[in-house]
Design a protein around this ligand. Structure first.
Ligand SMILES: Nc1ncnc2c1ncn2[C@@H]1O[C@H](COP(=O)(O)OP(=O)(O)O)[C@@H](O)[C@H]1O
Ligand SMILES: [Mg+2]
Length: 326
């Protein structure tokens, strides 16, 4: 029997548009022989599913069901999480599905809440013996002593919303006078701002997916931004970055990065697809940058490219994450 799958998308962050694109790709590729799929838009202002005839119908939040054109109730057997940012990647929506007993193909609520909080996540990562950049976390009401910050972290620093994604609100600060405006910009996205020392090196992403109890680590991708760093424009404008898969790194380093990603996937209790981003320094030290629990899924995104490089089609990749649930 085919299973009913809700592909949840949208959300309430600057990554809304990216999520809509990811979800369309997921819907296009999931096996029609195995799954009946619906796009379900989740926004604070309303939850709507799109029926086959294009009609939009509201979701009954009591049991996460919808009604078809004949008024028949449709319940979902599982959820495909395609929401980048809140409430899909920070765990809120997943806790709701846990309460309803509806399985989903991404990491769980606690893992997401942890990984979405960049500062907490770095602490757990560091406690597993992985390098992380030195940093200072500031809250909205904290008084800011820029001299002290620069004394501790040096220059340049990265200033970013503690909870965020797609580089929205992220700045690289090279001069003292740029620090305040950068902090203000990051505070427009979140109530906490993380200031990190700059880690110089090559940016490398590594995807991991669990399939039926086995961990599959994807080939590495080196990200070379044409901008100062991998900012929003470099991420989403054609030609603004080169993403090289597999990355040209020594085999020993490749294995170390993959082992680090696999270790962290296990220790943080990830499920489904996760992409770990690292910086490889000249001294060949591996610094954890962040982990993405709902990484981009458009055809041009890093994870689909890594899967393709391994001979795994998008259909297989997406099906795999749902197969885990049944
Ligand atoms: N400490 C750092 N040192 C060097 N580059 C950084 C650092 N922090 C962030 N970056 C750059 O900024 C980009 C966005 O930062 P990241 O922490 O991944 O935020 P987001 O969740 O918005 O993607 C990274 O992909 C990288 O290019
Ligand atoms: Mg990132």
């Amino acid at each position: 029997m085919k299973k009913n799958i809700a592909i949840v998308c949208g959300g309430d962050s600057g990554e809304y548009e990216i999520s809509i694109k990811s979800a369309a790709v997921v819907k296009k590729h999931l096996s029609p022989e195995k799954w009946n799929t619906w796009l379900v838009l989740i926004k604070a202002s309303g939850w709507y599913a799109t029926l086959e005839n294009g009609e939009k119908v509201p979701v009954d939040k009591n049991d996460f069901s919808i009604q078809d054109t004949q008024g028949r109730k449709i319940k979902f057997d599982a959820v495909f999480n395609a929401i980048h940012g809140t409430p899909g990647e920070d765990g809120k929506l997943l806790a709701y599905f846990d309460m309803l007993g509806i399985p989903y193909n991404s990491s769980g609520a606690t893992c997401c809440a942890l990984t979405f909080h960049k500062d907490f996540c770095k602490r757990i990562v560091a406690s597993n013996g992985v390098h992380v950049a030195d940093s200072i976390l500031i809250n909205k009401r904290d008084s800011i002593d820029s001299k002290e910050i620069i004394k501790q972290l040096g220059l340049p620093v990265f200033v970013k919303p503690n909870n965020g994604g797609s580089s929205v609100g992220v700045s690289k600060v090279k001069n003292d006078n740029e620090l305040f405006p950068a902090i203000e910009k990051a505070f427009r996205e979140d109530t906490q701002v993380l200031i990190e020392s700059f880690v110089e090196g090559r940016e490398i992403g590594c995807g991991v997916v669990e399939h039926k109890g086995r961990m599959l680590v994807f080939p590495l991708t080196e990200i070379i931004s044409k901008n100062e760093f991998f900012d929003y424009e470099a991420k989403y404008t054609d030609g603004m970055s080169d993403e090289i898969t597999p990355a040209a790194v020594d085999e020993a380093i490749e294995l170390e990065i993959k082992a680090t990603a696999a270790l962290l996937y296990h220790r943080i209790e990830c499920r489904g697809i996760a992409r770990f981003d690292f910086i490889l320094t000249k001294e060949e030290e591996i610094y954890f940058l962040e982990v993405n629990i709902v990484p981009g899924m458009s055809e041009a995104s890093i994870i689909p490219k890594q899967a393709e490089c391994m001979g795994i089609s998008l259909q297989k990749l997406f099906d795999m994450t749902l197969d885990n649930l049944f």
